[in-house]
Write a protein that binds this ligand. Structure first.
Ligand SMILES: O=C(O)CC1=CCC(=O)O1
Length: 258
């Protein structure tokens, strides 16, 4: 478990409560652009970073596991001299968030777990996706990926944004993407969810074909003591991007109630 120094962007007042955003498989920190200004306007210090193997972060040799992603997050906090942060994670970012909630509770002020899963089978699906990406590159999974990230209606209305997100996935290094597939393939957090003590909000997209709410989000909310589930209408997997106002409203409501 050797942490790598992840690429990050830090904005907002030095003395503001810190919110760290952790992104999904195939993304980089630009996926959180819709949330940045509203949080800055409310006085938060906003930290976004590229997951290892993604964006401008290092691509260490695989395999990766959630504990590696968790170690990168903790090294990021150490580097920025942050004792404790709120973590907003979507999909893979939420998986790292749950791992941290279990293994580093003293560093996590609260969790917002968006469109994520505690156990995401079948394992063969992830092994097959990793093989495809290693053989053909991330461009081969970009079209289907955006098809899971956004609803057909949104895709029809915003072809420019769909093209932007397709290029975001295509720019992810193949080895980084494939190694993160391995981390998801081996993940099983269901039994340890009751150990999480951080105040937790779970947000799901009602039309998410990757992590449908009843199959993936409900078990997380049921497993974490005191967690609350919100299901957002007209949102697929990248719900924070497709329904930014509602996702941001829920995130702020959660943070400001603490
Ligand atoms: O690409 C997908 O299938 C959705 C997804 C799984 C983990 C993640 O971060 O995104």
């Amino acid at each position: 478990m050797d942490a790598v120094p992840v690429h990050r962007v830090v904005e907002g007042p030095e003395d503001g409560p810190v919110v760290v955003f952790a992104g999904s498989l195939g993304s980089d920190l630009r996926m959180w652009e819709p949330q940045v200004v509203p949080l800055l306007e409310r006085g938060f210090r906003v930290v976004r970073y590229d997951t290892r193997g993604h964006g401008a972060s290092p691509v260490p040799p695989g395999p990766y596991d959630l504990e590696d992603l968790g170690a990168d997050f903790l090294a990021l906090l150490d580097d920025l001299d942050i004792a404790k942060a709120h973590l907003v994670g979507l999909s893979l970012g939420g998986m790292a968030g749950m791992w941290l909630g279990v293994h580093a509770p003293d560093r996590i002020a609260s969790l917002v777990l968006c469109c994520t899963s505690a156990k995401f089978g079948p394992p063969e699906m992830w092994a097959e996706r990793a093989r495809t990406v290693r053989a053909e590159g991330t461009a081969a999974v970009a079209g289907p990926g955006v098809g899971r990230w956004l609803t057909p209606a949104y895709l029809g209305r915003h072809p420019d944004r769909a093209a932007f997100l397709r290029s975001m996935i295509s720019e992810v290094p193949a080895e980084g993407y494939a190694s993160c597939c391995g981390a998801i393939e081996r993940m099983d957090l269901l039994d340890v969810l009751p150990k999480i003590t951080a105040p937790t909000l779970v947000i799901a997209g009602a039309d998410d074909p990757a992590t449908p709410p009843e199959e993936h989000s409900r078990p997380i909310a049921d497993g974490i003591p005191g967690a609350r589930l919100e299901i957002v209408a007209d949102a697929a997997h990248l719900g924070n991007y497709e329904q930014p106002e509602e996702f941001t409203r829920l995130i702020l409501e959660h943070l400001e109630a603490l």
